[in-house]
Design a protein around this ligand. Structure first.
Ligand SMILES: [Zn+2]
Ligand SMILES: [Zn+2]
Length: 402
């Protein structure tokens, strides 16, 4: 493939721009919550099928999850392109998932038309419910991503960048069951579940001093009892526990659980620990990040900044914990504008949103183009991934940022 070829790929994206806008605006104007994205997944699978992709809908028992596969020749690498299309309750598309559904579909179709003799399989993954139940997690558990040579996605942003890391996460509920009693007449007969919650908070504050600085532990009381004159027989605290790598986080999580267990022992309350979500950290592959950012620049992206170092957690990390992957964030709102806001909703169908579709599709398709032009790159990415994962899973070593 030549630079001339990349220019033709861009022209193909330009041809598809109006189609991407139509998909984007439809999904934006018909916001659907996680696992209910019936209209969005129907539109995306129909579009991909019309363009020669082999569609499988409702995979692993999830109605709105799908794969769409395009095989060019025999063998060759398998490129995964992931997209989300769920909206936020009460807000609509405040996370810009309309952009990724449309631009990833556009990138996949444009690329499929410019593969020439290169043996390669393109596989688009429709991954529902990013904001709630995170379909990527069961999809990863089922091994759906394990055969990929690379996994790419995009996300809207207030700047154009990639993630240098993301934090592993355990989201848990600590449910304490005590014994109700009149708080003035018979407190001696009560067991306060709220006391156990408060002791858990206090214990975690002591623990905080003796963990690595990348650890984040933050919680709220979601049930603290109902009446101040009754000893609370039930109380619940929800905690996010995060760290730069899964191995270290597992050790921290066990210590946090021991704090809660200690609080249960001290108060006599019964403790139930409900793990609501478990996400791995991203295994960072700097060369792949560089290819994505370089292609964003070539595609005319605005507000490009170096890889993000201050990040939270994403379910895409559970994919990039298994295979080399990168998510390109593409600027479409003013710098500093937070996601999950009405500003993001409004920008979704604006001129800047529509321009971001084109930039993202060109950048993602362009990155694939560069990888296919130099198959040695796949070998390099795999080796970088292998080394970074070995470092990340070594006890006591924090995941590297770059
Ligand atoms: Zn979001
Ligand atoms: Zn999002």
């Amino acid at each position: 493939m030549t630079n001339n070829g990349k220019q033709r790929l861009y022209e193909e994206v330009d041809v598809l721009h109006q189609k991407m806008i139509d998909i984007n605006d439809f999904i934006h104007d018909h916001p659907e919550l996680g696992n209910q994205e019936y209209q969005a997944s129907a539109l995306l699978t129909r579009t991909l099928a019309e363009n020669g992709f082999q569609v499988e809908s409702g995979i692993i028992g999830l109605d709105t999850a799908f794969t769409a596969t395009y095989k060019n020749g025999q063998g060759g690498p398998v490129i995964g392109l992931l997209c989300e299309y769920d909206a936020l309750e009460g807000l609509g598309h405040g996370c810009g998932h309309n952009l990724q559904a449309a631009s990833i579909t556009g990138a996949a179709i444009a690329l499929s038309r410019h593969l020439g003799d290169y043996p390669v399989t393109l596989q688009v993954f429709g991954t529902p419910a990013e904001e709630t139940t995170s379909a990527k997690l069961p999809m990863a558990q089922e091994g759906l991503f394990d055969h990929l040579d690379v996994a790419l996605m995009m996300h809207g942003g207030d700047r154009t960048t990639v993630d240098g890391k993301s934090l592993a996460l355990n989201l848990v509920d600590f449910v304490f069951d005590g014994k109700a009693a009149h708080a003035a007449v018979a407190p001696d007969q009560g067991i306060s579940a709220l006391d156990a919650v408060l002791m858990t908070f206090n214990g975690i504050e002591y623990l905080r001093e003796h963990v690595r600085t990348d650890v984040r532990i933050h919680g709220v009381i979601t049930d603290g009892g109902k009446a101040a004159n009754v000893v609370p027989d039930r109380a619940v605290a929800q905690f996010y526990i995060r760290a730069a790598d899964r191995t270290y986080l597992n050790a921290v999580v066990e210590r946090v659980y021991n704090v809660a267990r200690g609080a249960a022992l001290a108060t006599g309350a019964q403790l139930t620990i409900n793990e609501l979500k478990v996400l791995d950290n991203k295994i960072n592959v700097p060369s792949l990040n560089a290819i994505m950012l370089d292609n964003a620049e070539q595609a005319g992206a605005q507000n490009i900044t170096p890889p993000r170092q201050n990040t939270g957690s994403t379910d895409f990390s559970t994919v990039t914990y298994r295979v080399p992957g990168a998510c390109l964030r593409v600027s479409f709102v003013p710098f500093g504008t937070s996601s999950h806001t009405k500003e993001w909703v409004e920008a979704g169908t604006s001129e800047s949103g529509h321009a971001a579709l084109s930039v993202a599709a060109k950048a993602v398709a362009g990155a694939c183009y560069d990888l296919l032009a130099d198959p040695q790159l796949f070998v390099q990415l795999k080796e970088e991934f292998r080394q970074a994962k070995a470092e990340s899973t070594q006890p006591g070593s924090a995941a590297k940022i770059s």
